[in-house]
Design a protein around this ligand. Structure first.
Ligand SMILES: [Zn+2]
Length: 308
């Protein structure tokens, strides 16, 4: 990852040296935060009023943190990071923008209704300390997570972009598919942890969740799809959640490889009132008479996949 430009280092030294008067605090604070209206624009370009208000709120939060921050406004997201200007702008212009555009292309008509802050902390130390400073809570995952209450993603970006893509799915699901069952929400997020393009569309590839799922299949620990899809949040995120995530991911992966995923997602969304778990829609989309037989075929297929 590129190092912080010298100007930001100089700003840090200035901050350390400056006195406690209000005017100096303001100057030091603006030296610590560089704002880019969009990933193509330069710092210092004028902001819309709502954006300016949002940035002012972010500056107050950043005042409680250590380091120098780059802020990139790219609606519906604001990307905020302490990993140096070029690194933060690069993640904003590549991972965040690509994910947003590709997800909207196939799945989501609506943007999240409020701006979502995407915090990119440069390493584990920054992530742990700053999430605690911002939320008064200790993160329960070393990679990063989405907080709907805060309209924010908190990421340890040193662990790679896969989790970031996963978490970017959630605010879109929340905005477009209220009441989406946990298996489908997490299945989509997990599917795109390892993602690329095929014919201009986003696709998920096999990933690290495969091995655990293959073991669970051999051990008979994978719930039938009727049970998996019917899980509420407590059940899905409870005991065995690693297997739940992986089974949901590779069920959607199967649909994707059959060219059925987008059609399934749309049908599940449209039919949600009559079929809240999405299971009946799944059976219909697959065109399967015997789901037990289908699940055995799916298990065989999963056991034959490989990663990497
Ligand atoms: Zn998730």
């Amino acid at each position: 990852m590129p190092r912080s430009p010298p100007v930001l280092l100089a700003a840090a030294l200035l901050l350390a040296a400056c006195s406690r008067s209000g005017a100096d605090d303001d100057r030091a604070q603006s030296a610590r935060v560089k704002v880019f209206p969009a990933s193509s624009a330069s710092a210092g370009a004028p902001l819309l009023e709502a954006q300016a208000r949002h940035v002012a709120g972010l500056r107050q939060k950043i005042a409680r943190l250590r380091g120098n921050y780059t802020v990139v406004l790219d609606p519906p997201f604001v990307i905020v990071g302490d990993g140096g200007e070029s690194a933060v702008r690069s993640v904003a212009a590549t991972t965040v923008r690509w994910t947003r555009d590709k997800l909207k292309q196939d799945f989501f008509a609506e943007d999240p209704t409020s701006t979502v802050d995407v915090w990119l902390f440069k390493d584990a130390g920054s992530y742990q300390a700053h999430v605690r400073a911002l939320t008064a809570k200790k993160p329960t995952t070393p990679y990063g997570y989405y907080s709907p209450e805060d309209a924010a993603l908190y990421m340890n970006i040193a662990t790679g972009g896969g989790t970031l893509v996963h978490e970017l799915v959630h605010p879109f699901v929340r905005a477009n598919f209220p009441g989406c069952p946990p298996w489908l929400d997490e299945g989509l997020g997990s599917l795109y942890e390892q993602a690329g393009e095929r014919d201009g569309h986003i696709v998920g590839f096999t990933n690290w969740r495969l091995r655990g799922l293959q073991q669970a299949l051999r051990d008979g620990r994978v719930p039938p799809f009727a049970a998996l899809t019917a899980m509420d949040a407590q059940a899905f995120y409870g005991a065995g959640r690693g297997v739940h995530y992986a089974a949901a991911r590779y069920l959607l992966y199967y649909l994707q490889e059959r060219g059925l995923l987008v059609r399934y997602y749309r049908a599940a969304h449209e039919g949600h009132a009559e079929d809240p778990t999405g299971y009946q829609t799944l059976v219909r989309t697959l065109g399967e008479e015997d789901m037990g037989a289908f699940e055995r075929r799916w298990a065989e297929l999963v056991l034959g996949l490989s990663f990497p």
